[in-house]
Design a protein around this ligand. Structure first.
Ligand SMILES: Nc1ncnc2c1ncn2[C@@H]1O[C@H](COP(=O)(O)OP(=O)(O)O)[C@@H](O)[C@H]1O
Ligand SMILES: [Mg+2]
Length: 460
């Protein structure tokens, strides 16, 4: 805009300058012609009378030149006005406006002119006698307002064009900006949803680099999707295959444990075998649960209106023995009807109660696993008009802030988790379950201080 403004300013000045040069040239030509006529008069007069008679010369010259301008004036070498004609009529006692400087300059031998505010041009030119002295000054007045009118028109056209141009440039740059940012935003959105493992199709209806990028992203998305599907299918198949032999191993271990009464060494070994096959069975069950989630739509899950106070109470009771063994106390604060009145109330959500129990079980299990003794695990149920909030707070080892994001990924275990055994699948299962019922999990933690896991579910 700025450079365009400067260009317009320069063009405007140039138009002024060059058109003035043109008009100056025109006036000079006119002055030359008039001078010629004047000198003709001088020559004629000289040949007829010999001695020059000023009055007569002026009269003849005026007679000849009176129509060559709006006003025509003749001065002598002492700047005295000798004759005047206005609109082609000779005036004897006129008192016209005289620009002394112009007359002086003309007497020194060059053209001089002035343009007044009402667009009148006063053009003075010297007339030489036979001795080449500047004996007279011939001056004509020309109305050049037509010229200014043309200039104004040119300027108007220029400004209108410039305005139009600016509007056009603005609109087209907006258009270009929108057309380049829109596809980039689309690609960015696609990349972001890829990182959330959502692989939709990416397509841009264009053949340039952006279109190619979209195609590349699209095929990358499809490959990633296929790869992840393949991986999940593989895990699911393996888990299924392992289920039967594992059941056999577990059964035989049980049999061995119960059958061995004498050899203490062997008894220990059989007990260990049973424990490990239990652990493997749990892992396989978790993997199968996850793969069921991967395949099934939410429609397959049975959902019922569930009272959460009861459900959490049940979980707390189930886990109490395990916690006590480790010197940990579990405390449950049930939902109250409001912040003021402390009456207990019922809070319902639409979930599958078995899965929900499994999820909260898992979280309390983590709280026990990753806490030392003595310590306290608080379970708290609160509610808003639209949401139900379940909090599980422990005073355990905590999770480093850079790992907090990752612990909900499958198989991810934090660096400080090696104290307890586990598969790293528990939290990802909780997440899947909660999200199935349109809720979400939020985790806060401080290394060495403890962890708070919050489940938020829509209220039934
Ligand atoms: N209450 C907790 N306190 C500290 N760390 C936790 C807690 N809950 C989960 N974590 C961390 O998150 C990781 C993933 O948890 P989870 O998926 O349940 O796997 P697992 O318990 O089998 O290791 C754990 O390995 C542990 O590092
Ligand atoms: Mg766990």
């Amino acid at each position: 805009m700025l450079s365009f403004g400067i260009i317009i300013f320069a063009v405007n000045k140039a138009i002024d300058y060059y058109s003035f040069i043109t008009i100056e040239k025109q006036m000079m030509e006119k002055a030359d012609l008039s001078e010629l006529s004047f000198r003709e008069v001088l020559a004629q007069h000289r040949s007829s009378t010999g001695e020059p008679q000023t009055e007569e010369i002026v009269r003849l010259a005026l007679e000849k030149l009176k129509a060559s301008g709006k006003e025509v004036r003749i001065y002598d070498s002492s700047k005295q006005l000798l004759g005047l004609a206005v609109d082609g009529i000779i005036v004897n006692d006129g008192k016209p406006l005289i620009f002394d400087k112009n007359i002086e300059k003309a007497l020194s031998g060059s053209y001089a002119y002035t343009v007044t505010e009402d667009h009148l041009l006063y053009f003075a030119t010297p007339i030489q006698n036979q001795y080449y002295e500047n004996a007279y000054v011939y001056e004509f007045v020309e109305d050049i307002s037509y010229f200014y009118a043309i200039m104004d028109q040119i300027r108007n056209i220029l400004f209108a064009g410039a305005g139009g141009f600016i509007v056009l440039i603005t609109l087209s740059s907006l258009w270009i900006a929108r057309n380049t940012t829109k596809p980039i935003k689309l690609l960015l959105g696609a990349a972001q949803s890829f990182s959330r493992q959502e692989f939709g199709r990416v397509h841009l209806n264009r053949k340039d680099e952006l279109g190619m990028l979209a195609d590349g992203l699209d095929s990358m998305g499809r490959q990633l999707h296929d790869y992840i599907q393949y991986q999940k299918q593989f895990v699911s198949n393996v888990s299924h295959e392992l289920k039967t032999p594992l059941a056999a191993i577990r059964g035989f271990s049980q049999y061995l444990v119960e059958g061995e009464n004498e050899n203490e060494e062997l008894q220990k070994i059989y007990a260990h075998l049973l424990q490990e096959s239990d652990r493997l069975t749990r892992l396989i069950n978790e993997l199968l649960l996850l793969s069921r989630f991967d395949k099934a739509g939410s429609s397959e899950l049975e959902v019922e209106k569930t009272e959460m106070n009861e459900l959490i109470q049940q979980v707390a009771m189930n886990m109490e023995a395990k916690a006590k063994d480790k010197g940990i106390e579990i405390m449950f604060r049930e939902a109250e009807s409001g912040p003021e009145d402390k009456l207990l109330t019922k809070v319902h959500v639409n979930v599958n109660p078995m899965l929900m129990t499994h999820a909260i079980d898992n979280l309390v299990d983590n709280a026990i696993k990753y806490s030392g003794s003595p310590s306290l695990i608080e379970l708290k149920l609160t509610h808003t008009p639209s949401e139900v909030v379940i909090q599980i707070r422990d005073q355990g080892i905590g999770i480093a802030s850079d790992e907090l994001e990752r612990v909900q990924e499958r198989f991810y275990r934090a660096k400080n988790a090696s104290t307890a055994n586990g598969s790293g699948l528990g939290l990802s299962i909780c997440k899947e379950i909660v999200e199935r019922f349109n809720g979400y999990i939020d985790m806060e933690s401080q290394i060495g201080e403890g962890t708070t896991v919050t489940i938020v579910l829509p209220r039934a």
